[in-house]
Ligand binder design. Structure first.
Ligand SMILES: Cc1cc2nc3c(=O)[nH]c(=O)nc-3n(C[C@H](O)[C@H](O)[C@H](O)COP(=O)(O)OP(=O)(O)OC[C@H]3O[C@@H](n4cnc5c(N)ncnc54)[C@H](O)[C@@H]3O)c2cc1C
Length: 758
């Protein structure tokens, strides 16, 4: 007791008496902190500072306010957006024959290009005063998803002018003159844009592009002007082969100091008409056989006036910031839309196909092995839809949630890879044999493109999610880093002292909360709802505290090394991602009015999210370099072990059974793959057969019962069996007609294409 009181007194004096605290705690910690700071490159600093902190900030700080999540509202389409989806998008779908586009033309048909231009598909994000549609992020995502349900090539063609590129950059940063000149042309499709950043030597490390623009004087349109002499070599550029205006990123240099004292101004973006002297539009690439336009561009000593810099000369050197800022929003729309379309399409076609495809006398959807894979498809699709909605909600609230959009890009494209793999496994030969009736092959082939672009996935997971999240979302670290960079050392120490006190309190609260939640099975944590989903909120609060606690300790122990320990920081980023995805799922359940039929999906998804979060924490602890510290953290985070074991077989079976029938629950996660008349893709064939077969459920039960009683023979062709069933009065004439029609549709659905020669 004496020792305890003595220790308590020492702590009170050390922390409570300012002079003593300053001398023995704040000063040494401050100098240790300065040494610990990761050296940030300018590029990293810009990326770190770009964008806003949103809902992920709550999840990162250990005590999420769930009421805030529910206050964000539900994404909605305006009447104009809904009409566009019902009319223009549906018309465009009828004009798409993806087999013809990919295998024969290697391009969209001219009438589809024209339709996209005439109807404003390339103007979704352009403001109305310039003739654009000014649609919400949610509408933009819904349009791209629906197009992607029938053709990735068509969806990418529409998506690119509506994401990072000239339209977006001009809208945010263009001068009035530039906007008035270009935006109306882009809105009508008279100008086709592309944006060129990547080159042979700079892919992921885009800040290292070698392409240069040298400030110089040259004659232009009859007079000598100040401008840039540009040289570039770019590759992988989407729409470049058909572009009429090129957005170009390059390093701007002023060796003769014509603009001022700075020689190296940094990355700058300019707009250059592709028919301008010296611009070369090179050859096409062949991105996994997809038919959207993608190719190279070069320029040799191309002169442009300074006015062609996006935003004008005052935006010289601010290109990287512009790109990262736009990417921090756009990355949450287009690729997640493609990924969600994969989910809706695979859920729709796999639930249908596994019902109409019979082997061993049963629908293959009855076999548990198939159900296991199908449960993953359905759960991932519910998750994709939930994440699509929450992420576009944030973007439509006009925040630029850079960490959230990195999470969405990485995890949603990975889920898309998973659903396509599982669907390919289940649909087997039907998915493999290419032809007009194959709806799986092209999305399956195209998936690695989404994985690679807008921040390749390994990099996004390893470097960006946690790297940005830890500094952007932490309530103290960014301020502490700014304090460390202050020139006035007395003021810096004073500021650091107050930050440090707050930081210690924050760390202690998170450690206690993680331990208390673990010991009490999160029973006393807050939840904004009652009922079955309540516990999920409570468990997520537990992991949020554990993540915040572990982040602080990791930063303290590893400092700048944490950036290089990519496997460790990726796992901690995974915890944040799982919490984000889980919260999107719970929000979708609430937004949809707590539909009882959606509970199996919510149960499966949440069991998976919590299992993944726990596993990521465990793996991070298992690999934490300082073992005694790892044991201590483990004792606080998992004092009773890890009880998050994931979805059970029963959860998977319940989920599959509930979704293997037509109805509102299935419609809610397949509506981005709409039905329409004369759909040539093969999706309609499978869906029609499914609906017809499901409608014959009772007739099939009667026939099966008669077979069991040996009234009807087994192992006999369907058409003969139906006739015998009529003769034996097991079914009547109307039922015979119905079951014969359903069987005719089934045969069409299981058919694949064949060719006289390839
Ligand atoms: C079809 C297609 C369309 C495209 N469209 C455009 C376009 O319109 N405009 C444009 O400018 N660009 C475009 N790109 C370029 C695209 O953004 C790049 O491909 C991407 O940035 C990756 O570059 P890379 O392919 O050279 O891969 P690399 O940079 O060579 O990376 C290879 C691997 O290393 C990983 N990696 C790299 N650094 C790290 C790190 N520090 N930590 C962990 N992992 C790391 C990456 O994640 C990746 O897995 C397109 C690419 C494709 C394929």
């Amino acid at each position: 007791m004496t020792l305890f009181i003595l220790a308590l007194l020492i702590i009170i004096v050390l922390f409570g008496v300012k002079n003593i605290r300053m001398q023995f705690i704040t000063r040494p910690v401050f100098s240790f902190f300065k040494k610990l700071l990761p050296p940030l490159s300018d590029t990293e600093k810009e990326a770190m500072e770009a964008g806003d902190v949103w809902w992920e900030g709550e999840l990162f700080r250990g005590k999420p306010n769930w009421e805030t999540l529910h206050s964000y509202g539900k994404p909605k389409l305006t009447a104009e957006e809904q009409a566009f989806l019902d009319n223009q998008v549906m018309t465009a779908l009828t004009m798409i024959d993806d087999y013809d586009i990919v295998q024969n033309r290697k391009d969209l048909p001219p009438e589809l290009w024209q339709y996209f231009k005439d109807e404003g598909f390339f103007a979704l994000i352009i403001p109305k005063q310039y003739g654009g549609k000014a649609f919400s992020a949610y509408a933009n995502s819904t349009i791209v998803s629906k197009l992607a349900s029938r053709s990735v090539s068509a969806a990418v063609t529409v998506m690119v002018p509506n994401s990072l590129g000239p339209g977006e950059l001009l809208t945010h940063y263009g001068t009035q003159e530039q906007r008035e000149h270009w935006l109306p042309k882009l809105a009508t499709g008279e100008a086709v844009p592309c944006f060129a950043l990547t080159g042979p030597e700079a892919g992921s490390d885009a800040g290292a592009i070698p392409d240069e623009g040298i400030v110089c004087r040259q004659e232009f349109e009859g007079e000598e002007v100040l401008g840039l002499r540009l040289n570039w070599d770019k590759r992988y550029i989407t729409l470049a082969p058909v572009a009429t205006v090129l957005g170009l990123a390059f390093q701007m240099r002023d060796p003769d100091k014509l603009l001022g004292d700075t020689e190296s101004l940094g990355i700058t973006c300019a707009l250059i008409p592709t028919d301008h002297a010296g611009v070369i539009i090179g050859q096409r690439h062949n991105p996994l056989n997809m038919a959207f336009m993608n190719g190279t561009t070069q320029g040799e000593d191309v002169f442009i006036p300074l006015d062609w810099i996006i935003g004008g000369p005052q935006y010289a050197g601010r290109g990287w910031r512009m790109l990262v800022e736009c990417l921090s929003a756009g990355r949450g729309i287009s690729l997640p839309a493609l990924a969600t379309a994969s989910g809706h399409t695979t859920t729709k076609t796999t639930t249908a196909y596994s019902y109409v495809r019979h082997q061993f006398g049963l629908s293959i959807g009855n076999f548990e092995g198939v159900q296991e894979a199908m449960a993953r498809i359905i759960a991932n699709t519910y998750q994709l839809e939930a994440a699509r909605r929450l992420t576009t909600t944030g973007i439509d609230l006009k925040v630029k949630p850079s960490v959230v959009t990195a999470i969405a890009k990485y995890h949603m494209t990975e889920m898309s890879r998973d659903v396509l793999n599982d669907a390919m496994d289940i649909q087997s030969g039907k998915g493999i044999q290419l032809g007009p009736k194959n709806y799986l092959g092209h999305p399956y082939m195209a998936n690695p493109i989404s994985i690679t672009v807008e921040g390749a996935n390994i990099l996004t997971r390893s470097l960006m999610i946690f790297g940005q999240g830890a500094t952007r979302c932490h309530p103290y670290v960014l301020a502490e880093m700014e304090t460390a960079a202050m020139e006035d050392s007395t003021a810096a120490l004073e500021r650091f002292d107050s930050l440090l006190l707050g930081h210690i309190g924050y760390g202690a609260r998170n450690a206690f909360s993680a331990l208390f939640s673990a010991l009490t099975a999160s029973r006393f944590n807050q939840a904004p709802v009652s009922g079955e989903t309540q516990q999920y909120y409570k468990d997520m609060t537990r992991f949020s505290s554990a993540l915040a606690f572990m982040t602080d300790i990791s930063m303290l122990m590893l400092g700048g090394d944490l950036k290089r320990k990519e496997m460790l920081s990726a796992r901690m980023g995974d915890v944040l991602s799982e919490l984000y995805l889980g919260s999107a799922t719970l929000k979708l359940f609430e937004d949809n009015g707590r539909q009882h039929d959606d509970l199996p999906a919510v149960r499966y998804v949440m069991a998976t999210r919590l299992q993944n979060a726990a596993k990521a924490l465990e793996d991070a602890l298992r690999n934490f370099p300082n073992r005694p510290v790892a044991w201590l953290m483990r004792a606080l985070i998992f004092p009773l072990g890890n009880h998050f074991k994931g979805a059970t077989d029963k959860m998977a079976i319940d989920l599959v059974k509930g979704m293997s029938k037509p109805g509102p629950a299935r419609d809610r996660i397949t509506f981005l793959c709409p039905d329409f008349k004369d759909d040539p893709s093969g999706i309609a064939d499978v869906e029609k057969a499914f609906v017809a077969q499901y409608g014959c459920k009772l007739i099939y039960s009667k026939i099966k019962a008669a077979q069991r009683k040996s009234v009807l023979p087994k192992k006999i062709g369907n058409q003969q069996l139906f006739k015998l069933a009529l003769e034996a009065k097991v079914i009547d004439d109307a039922e015979l007609a119905k079951v014969q029609e359903a069987d005719r549709l089934r045969v069409i659905a299981i058919n694949v294409d064949d060719f006289s020669q390839l």
